[in-house]
Ligand binder design. Structure first.
Ligand code: F6P
Length: 363
């Protein structure tokens, strides 16, 4: 039971959106610092914003935080609940999702809520700040696409997994003289594909920021083949677009996607085979990139974010997101982060690096 008589500060924690390796490390650091250093009470909200709508929570103690540093997923559960998207849902008293959140935040007597989430979750957090809630954001996502934040935890673990997958594809590609297309997550940004593509030595890297021309890919693969390179690896971001799709509006792009058989990796592979007649196979890495134990880097980054967020809570620095900038954790206003996506800029040094070693971007 919550001790409603105490004057201790009360911090709520929720994990929202797709899970990412390092969430438990962040929960552990945040809650431990809040409990032990700042003497707060800590309440874990279950299943992201949904738990706050339905008032599902549990008090977190040292016992809950023990043994979770290296565990994947999130001990609190997650959901993609978007409370500001009114789908007509009402509770028994007729209240909508946002009203329920405000009521339960008050009922739990939270002084502050920490939202561990990606782009969408931080945008929701900002809207809740505007509704009067005290919120501190912590950036997590394997996509690394949160504005004003150099690195989110989860990314490096996913990078290691995708790199390992490309390494494995190399040996089987070489045995069979095949083109191996590997589709990598990242939503609308190409960070994960760019990094994994370079780390794994992909011959072609296709990211959403550089719309691809199938003719350029085909020419590059045929030229490799002429030079006696009988196999090739093509890393494709799940959000990649062709040159024809580049200027399409959201609706037209959606229709173009619906016309595809399977995901983008399959379309690219099909186009490669049509153009080159080279034997081509596809691997969609999917959720393997999000599962399993976090890397050492992600555990450390998540721990840093957790302790910094506890410090912000103690100092009553609300309406901000903890952000890594030039290896320092700082506080950026949630309002500046909301509704933005950090994409790979054209002049990113890694694009130049990859070009220098002969990687084709197919633009
Ligand atoms: O944001 C992380 C991510 O894994 C993206 O890379 C991917 O597009 C999306 O989540 C998948 O979402 P869901 O878990 O809802 O299928």
């Amino acid at each position: 039971m919550l001790s409603f008589m105490t004057a201790k500060k009360r911090l709520g924690i929720l994990t929202s959106g797709g899970d990412a390796p390092g969430l438990n490390a962040a929960i552990r650091a945040l809650a431990r610092t809040a409990l032990n250093r700042y003497g707060m009470e800590v309440i874990g909200i279950e299943q992201g914003y949904r738990g706050l709508i339905e008032n599902k929570y549990r008090i977190l103690t040292e016992h809950d935080l023990s043994g979770i540093l290296a565990r994947g997923g999130t001990i609190l559960g997650a959901s993609r609940e978007k409370p500001f998207k009114d789908r007509g849902w009402r509770n028994a008293e007729g209240s909508g999702a946002v009203d329920c959140i405000k009521k339960n935040y008050k009922h739990l007597r939270l002084d502050c809520l920490a939202v561990l989430g990606g782009n969408g979750s931080q945008t929701t957090a900002d809207l809740l700040v505007k509704e009067g809630l005290h919120i501190i954001g912590i950036p997590k996502t394997i996509d690394n696409d949160i504005m004003y934040n150099d690195m989110s935890f989860g990314f490096h673990t996913a990078l290691d997994i995708a790199t390992d997958a490309i390494d494995r594809l190399h040996t089987t590609a070489a045995s069979h003289n095949r083109i191996m297309v590997i589709e990598i997550m990242g939503h609308k940004a190409g960070w994960l594909t760019l990094y994994a593509g370079i780390a794994g030595g992909s011959d072609v890297i296709i990211i959403p920021e550089i719309p691809y021309r199938i003719e350029s890919i085909a020419a590059h693969l045929q030229e490799r083949s002429k030079r006696g390179k009988d196999f090739s690896i093509v890393a494709v971001a799940e959000g990649a677009v062709s040159i024809d799709e580049k200027d399409m509006n959201k609706k037209a792009l959606k229709e173009s996607r619906q016309a595809m058989v399977g995901s983008i990796g399959y379309r690219v592979a099909h186009e490669i085979e049509n153009f080159t007649h080279l034997d081509t196979r596809v691997t969609v890495l999917g959720y393997l990139q999000r599962g399993g134990i976090p890397s050492g880097y992600d555990r450390i980054l998540a721990t840093r974010f957790g302790t910094a967020a506890a410090e912000f809570a103690a100092a009553e620095r609300y309406g901000v997101m903890a952000a890594l900038q030039q290896d320092v954790i700082t506080a950026v206003p949630l309002s500046t982060v909301a509704d933005k996506v950090k994409k790979v800029p054209d002049d990113h040094p890694l694009i130049r690096t990859a070009h220098d070693i002969g990687t084709c971007f197919a633009g």
